[in-house]
Design a protein around this ligand. Structure first.
Ligand code: NAD
Length: 334
């Protein structure tokens, strides 16, 4: 039987996770939750998802012509595992709900590490999530960093990482947040939370980070510097990165995130999603045992395949992380 997955919170991440789960042959979506019958709920209804709502709002869905299948509690009862995709800080309030129903749960990077006691990145610690009841899939930026640090650490040994993150101000569908004309120190006090967050996945890594918010909705841009234990060339680094299925090399005249998003459109990715870290191989520069590179991270989609792998590990559908990654990628068309 397929693993029964519920998606609680159908926003930027939730809608993508639902579609990605649906694309796999060993798991299925038993329902998604929306609070109000808005335009996103209407599309979910059109796509054939069973919509669940807070009990007091079920009537409103009926009235809007997209009848809800039941309450959020009823959705959770039907599931083996709930992927909580509510806004950061809200997910924590849902924990008692999941515990009461005895279902497994995944939270996203907007929650902090202790909520699950295990922070996940497929290439870094898949095996640690095997059979676990509670997992947190780390944020887009932390995922982007872990995907590059782990393979370099395994091949060359990472002594120290320094990362500067230019973060997209908000997501493309967001009409409320800025900045629209400023670069904002986010936060002023260093390091930013990203370095410490990487250590929630790979605790032995020495890493510091700084982050700026920039007025764009198209991807984050990382400048990453790593010091390694072993002599290496740019070719060695490229070879390590090119062995990673969730790293894509960017070049051919591309010097911006806008052009990467155009590639995603051109290759007909769903919602223009770019699930891979986009690294400019030309930027990889080695100086003694230290190297630099640029990578762009598509905030809306990079954690989506990671959620699928986390489900597979927690449900013990596959014991080998590399095999799960391959299976997820293939089903998505990566
Ligand atoms: P979002 O605001 O796009 O979506 C959240 C969804 O939850 C919406 O459908 C909203 O209606 C619903 N919701 C709001 N309040 C709720 C409540 N009290 N109970 C139930 N549902 C509620 O948020 P998002 O960007 O998808 O982020 C979800 C999580 O994923 C956060 O932890 C965030 O930090 C993390 N994340 C976001 C991004 C990103 O760039 N958007 C990237 C990686 C991780």
């Amino acid at each position: 039987a397929k693993a029964k997955i519920a998606v609680n919170g159908y926003g930027t991440i939730g809608k993508r996770v639902a579609d990605a789960v649906k694309a796999q042959d060993d798991m299925e979506v038993v329902g998604i939750s929306k609070r109000t019958p808005n335009y996103e709920a209407a599309v979910a209804h059109q796509l054939g998802y069973d919509i669940y709502a807070p009990a007091e709002n079920v009537g409103a869905f009926e009235k809007a012509g997209m009848p809800a299948a039941g309450s959020v509690e009823e959705m959770i009862e039907k599931a083996d595992l709930v992927v909580d995709c509510t806004p950061g800080g809200v997910g924590e309030k849902n924990k008692p709900l999941y515990e009461k129903a005895g279902v497994k749960a995944i939270w996203q990077g907007g929650e902090s590490h202790p909520i699950a006691g295990f922070s996940f990145n497929a290439v870094s610690n898949y095996e640690g999530a095997l059979g676990r009841d509670l997992v947190r899939v780390v944020s887009c930026n932390t995922t982007g960093l872990c995907r590059t640090i782990t393979p370099i650490d395994r091949e060359l040994g990472v002594k120290k990482v320094r990362a500067i993150l230019a973060r997209r101000a908000t997501d493309p569908n967001d009409i409320k947040k800025g900045p629209i004309n400023a670069i904002v120190l986010h936060p002023v006090k260093l390091p930013s939370h990203h370095g410490p967050d990487v250590r929630s996945v790979i605790p032995h890594i020495n890493i510091t980070s700084a982050a700026l918010l920039v007025p764009t909705t198209l991807m984050h841009l990382h400048t990453v510097n790593m010091e390694v234990d072993t002599d290496c060339t740019a070719e060695d680094i490229k070879k390590i990165f090119s062995s990673q299925s969730r790293i894509r090399f960017i070049g051919q005249g591309i010097t911006s995130t806008a052009e990467i998003m155009e590639v995603a459109r051109d290759i007909k990715r769903p919602r223009n999603d770019m699930w891979e870290n986009c690294i400019w191989p030309e930027s990889i520069t080695v100086d003694e045992k230290e190297f630099y590179f640029f990578q762009a991270i598509h905030q809306e989609s990079i954690v989506v395949p990671e959620n699928v792998d986390a489900i597979r590990a927690m449900m013990e559908l596959e014991s080998d992380g590399a095999k799960s990654i391959e299976k997820t990628n293939k089903a998505l068309g990566m």
